[in-house]
Design a protein around this ligand. Structure first.
Ligand code: MEV
Length: 431
């Protein structure tokens, strides 16, 4: 997406009807009719397609697919598809992306796509000698690993490093762990890494005389971090009845709570993952892998803490940074076979895995800000309430523009109940 589209014509995107939003998507996105259909047509995946993805398929399971607005990432406009069942997540991301625009949007970057494969080697009489033997064959092992995937090799991927550690556990005594650092280019990399590790195992057994047990990717992808930062101008932070300084300082204080306390950090990071996972799911990626890496990374100092940090710059503006492992791919896996995931990547204008990582981490930062801003001021229930009110209005029988009008009234009256909604509708129907 190259054209700016913070606002959507006369009407804000969230005020549009479902049909209007779809028409907007068709007009703005450079997608084919088939790709649009894959995004908006229920359920974006046929049972036949699903049958090729996992075993024992009986059907498909739908979730809301929404488009987050206002994201400016590295100077590029991005319409962000998000799949989530949780109210307020998409609205929060869009709103914070709008606030971030005044400070230049999100600046994001991702490391080289280097994943780590692990190999556990048991049964060595002398672990230190075994370690030395592996390191003596480092070059040969790396070359063998690179040759495992000739497509990756052709694309410039392959083994980058090899390390060996001696670990000890009372249940098994000393053992070796070999790490192979593998550049997987635009793949998430689990398949490539696992294949390479399995291929290397007999060679390592021959070299060490030991027995290889596990050969598997590590989800603590700390060689493949993505980071985003944003600046929210002080002037953007005020809202009734709060001063901008109050909002800024409250957000920083709320972050400090997470930085200091694992109980709070778990919830704080969950808020980040609300955004991260929603984009990952839309893009057909393995969100559990990113979740696992995120939480392990958050505990890397030995104490679980916040993945983000918030502070202020010399002009008093609010600044935020998020850095976390981001093992994502745009080739292979569901990205290839899931038509909606394929269309989602195209919608975001993504051509490399690193770009996807940059978008995902930016959305995570926006999501974190949305939660902190709400929590440290009015609380999150008010935002939830207006969405809940729309659901109640629809359940009471309101249709079209009535839904918004009725929801507004329910929130104003601070009485978001079905009976009240029905009563108001009856009043409106009276001649
Ligand atoms: C709810 O899904 C996420 C939050 O709890 C995140 C947070 O507390 O920072 C609102």
């Amino acid at each position: 997406m190259d054209k700016p589209m913070p606002e959507t014509g006369h009407k804000k995107f969230y005020r549009m009807s479902l049909e209007e939003r779809r028409a907007y998507l068709a007009k703005k996105a450079s997608l084919s009719e088939g790709e649009i259909a894959a995004l908006v047509g229920a359920p974006g995946l046929s049972a036949e397609q699903a049958d090729h993805m996992v075993e024992d398929v009986v059907g498909v399971f739908g979730l809301p697919l929404a488009l987050a607005q206002n994201f400016l990432i590295n100077g590029r406009e991005v319409l962000v598809p998000m799949v989530t069942e949780e109210p307020s997540v998409v609205a929060g991301a869009s709103f914070m992306a709008r606030l971030a625009r005044s400070g230049g949007g999100f600046i994001a970057q991702a490391d080289e796509p280097e994943m780590i494969g692990q190999m556990q080697i048991l049964g060595l009489p002398d672990a230190a000698v075994g370690r030395m033997k592996i390191l003596e064959h480092r070059q040969e092992l790396m070359e063998t690993a690179t040759k495992c995937d000739c497509i990756l090799e052709k694309l410039g991927g392959g083994a980058r490093d090899l390390e060996v550690r001696i670990l000890n556990h009372p249940a098994i005594g000393e053992f070796l762990v070999m790490h192979l650092v593998y550049d997987v280019r635009d793949a998430m990399g689990a398949n490539a890494v696992n294949t390479a590790m399995e291929r290397l195992a007999p060679l390592v057994e021959k070299i060490t005389g030991g027995r290889v047990l596990l050969r598997i990717l590590s989800n603590l992808a700390d060689r493949r971090l993505a980071r985003a930062r944003c600046t929210i101008l002080l002037s953007e932070l005020a809202f009734d009845p709060y001063s901008p300084q109050h909002v800024r300082d409250s957000i920083i204080a709320a972050w400090a709570f997470a930085a200091a306390d694992p109980y709070r950090a778990a919830t704080h990071n969950k808020g980040i993952m609300n955004g991260v996972d929603a984009v990952l799911i839309a893009a057909g990626n393995d969100w559990r892998a990113v979740e696992a890496g995120a939480h392990a990374y958050a505990a890397r100092s030995g104490r679980y803490t916040s993945l983000s940090s918030w502070g202020k710059d010399e002009n008093g503006n609010l600044t935020g940074v998020l850095e976390m492992p981001m093992p994502v791919g745009i080739v292979g896996g569901a990205t290839r076979v899931h038509p909606a995931a394929h269309a989602a990547l195209k919608l975001m204008g993504i051509t490399t895995a690193r770009q996807l990582a940059e978008v995902v981490v930016s959305v995570g930062l926006a999501q974190n800000l949305a939660a902190l801003r709400a929590l440290s001021t009015e609380g999150i229930q008010r935002g939830h309430m207006s969405l809940h009110a729309r659901q109640v209005a629809a359940a009471a029988g309101a249709a079209g523009d009535q839904i918004e009008k009725l929801a507004d009234q329910l929130v104003r009256e601070n009485n978001v109940r079905l009976e009240r909604a029905e009563e108001i509708l009856r009043e409106w129907k009276k001649p």
